[in-house]
Write a protein that binds this ligand. Structure first.
Ligand code: GDP
Length: 471
């Protein structure tokens, strides 16, 4: 990828629209667009001004007006990419967009690669790597919560925090390395007690950031909610009631959902990933058994588990379901099991009370208070969605909260936490300064890779090729 030539691409979504925008970026952007522009010379207009004129089709021996357009001019370095940029807004016909690109290329532009505008913004220091990645997150955000994290990351709050942590580490490391230079003289520039205190604080901060990934990831990709329960308890009916669509097959034939079905629903700005699983029962059917096994594995990854209990069933708390729920509750990662009593439209109040009592005995304080619903009539489903919202804790995402939502950052933070913890151990056991400095350097490198202070061509390639052309 050449970083000096002038590139062009359609930056609005593919297809027909009221208006389409073609972005041109590079040192020769003004001269190249001027060749096909009937209007004020863009080479001589001021930055951040918009101009009405015509884009001309000057190829194939013709010279005719292709469309009336508005060119907005941004002069280096005050543009998205940091280079000279012209944004050409034309009428959104497919032909005009396509032809204009051809004309631009015939006049000396090159078609941009995926993510090349944002990559140039990074290379020219307009954005750091975490901010560049946030551009993609803002574009793909679908809920208020995911939009909030992406915006905060794009504005640089997260990068700023990472840089602060990195700077304190650099200070520690410099003091230790100074000591190494004077090793003959047996001086100690960095008091070990002070170093330990700083390393402990950093370790706590890094662990907190790393731990925020489970929430950050849930905000970005949806809170995983697993719907489990006996066959015919009403799991698919509930999924459909929550999603508002006939997504899962509802039938009174036992074992209809043999694998899991996933769908997302946006509840007041929070995205939930609902997973309807195969009904829990002891079965000889091999395929069904595999489905049940997969359901349990998928429940292991959920943040919230809706345990659907069928009030019409002879024994809603059968041994098999209770064993499965007990297994889930034993796992280490945080999850909440919310019992949902279904089919209350046809159950007597004595029956409902009886199941509640059985649940209390079984749960012994480990289960969340149950919710009573009728998935079929919709009664109580709004109470259930309220519970989902409050259990996710995401409705309360503060604009100031720093949540890690990017897997690459999470991996780097995990490694940074491991190496700072080694530093703490080394300090506690009185290891020599050069070993401590080595771990500190490692921590610094991991943090630097998040904002792109240290990076490789492979990492950049990996990040930017996931963008679309035009971004
Ligand atoms: P699943 O096997 O757990 O997914 O159960 P389904 O959603 O397929 O439902 C099994 C049967 O129970 C279907 O005939 C549904 O119409 C019925 N059903 C589900 N929810 C309710 C409810 O709240 N009330 C009543 N009366 N029937 C329900």
């Amino acid at each position: 990828m050449n970083n000096t030539d002038t590139i062009c691409a359609v930056s609005t979504p593919a297809g027909v629209g009221g208006v389409a925008m073609i972005r041109v970026s590079g040192s020769d952007a003004f001269e190249l667009v001027d060749k096909i522009w009937q209007g004020k010379r863009l080479t001589s207009v001021q930055s951040h001004t918009a101009h009405l004129g015509y884009v001309m089709d000057n190829t194939d021996d013709c010279d005719e007006r292709l469309d009336q357009a508005v060119c907005t001019v941004f002069r280096t370095p005050n543009s998205f990419t940091g280079e000279n940029v012209v944004e050409i807004s034309v009428h959104g016909s497919r032909y005009v967009q396509q032809r204009l690109l051809e004309v631009l290329v015939n006049n000396g532009c090159r078609m941009a690669e995926p993510g090349e505008f944002t990559r140039r913004a990074f290379v020219n220091g307009r954005l750091d790597l975490a901010q560049a990645e946030a551009v993609a997150d803002v574009i793909s955000s679908t809920t208020r919560a995911s939009h909030r994290i992406a915006m905060s990351q794009m504005r640089g709050a997260y990068s700023h925090r990472i840089d602060e942590l990195r700077d304190s580490l650099l200070e520690l490391c410099t003091l230790l390395e100074l000591e190494l230079d004077f090793s003959e003289e047996d001086v100690e520039f960095a008091s070990r007690g002070r170093l330990l205190e700083l390393a402990n604080n950093l370790s706590a901060e890094l662990s907190k950031l790393t731990a925020s990934f489970s929430k950050g990831n849930a905000v970005k990709n949806g809170v995983p909610v697993s719907i489990i329960g006996q066959t015919n308890a009403g799991k698919s009916t509930l999924l459909n009631a929550l999603v508002g669509d006939e997504r899962a097959i509802v039938s009174d034939i036992h074992g209809t959902t043999r694998d899991f079905i996933e769908d997302t629903v946006n509840i007041d700005g929070v995205l939930f990933r609902l997973i309807d699983t195969a009904g829990l029962r002891d079965t000889d059917d091999r395929i069904e058994a595999i489905g049940i096994e997969r359901s349990l594995r998928c429940a292991e990854k959920a943040m919230i588990i809706l345990w659907i209990l069928d009030c019409e069933s002879q024994n809603p708390l059968d041994d098999y379901s209770c064993r499965a729920v007990s297994e889930i509750m034993k796992r280490e990662s945080e999850c909440c099991v919310l019992p949902v009593l279904n089919k209350t439209d046809v159950a007597s109040s004595e029956r409902i009370q009886d199941i509640r009592t059985q649940l209390e005995e079984f749960g012994n304080g480990r289960l969340h208070a149950s919710v009573e619903i009728s998935a079929k009539t919709g009664k109580g489903v709004d109470r259930l969605t309220e519970q989902l919202k409050s259990l996710s804790g995401i409705a309360l995402v503060d604009a100031e909260d720093i949540l890690v939502s990017n897997v690459r950052h999470y991996e780097s933070l995990k490694q940074a936490t491991a190496s700072i913890n080694r530093t703490v151990e080394a300090l506690n056991s009185g290891l020599p300064g050069d070993l401590i400095a080595q771990d500190l350097r490692e921590t610094i490198n991991h943090l630097s890779s998040i904002t792109g202070k240290i990076t490789t061509a492979d990492i950049l390639q990996n990040i930017f090729t996931r963008f679309c052309i035009g971004k």
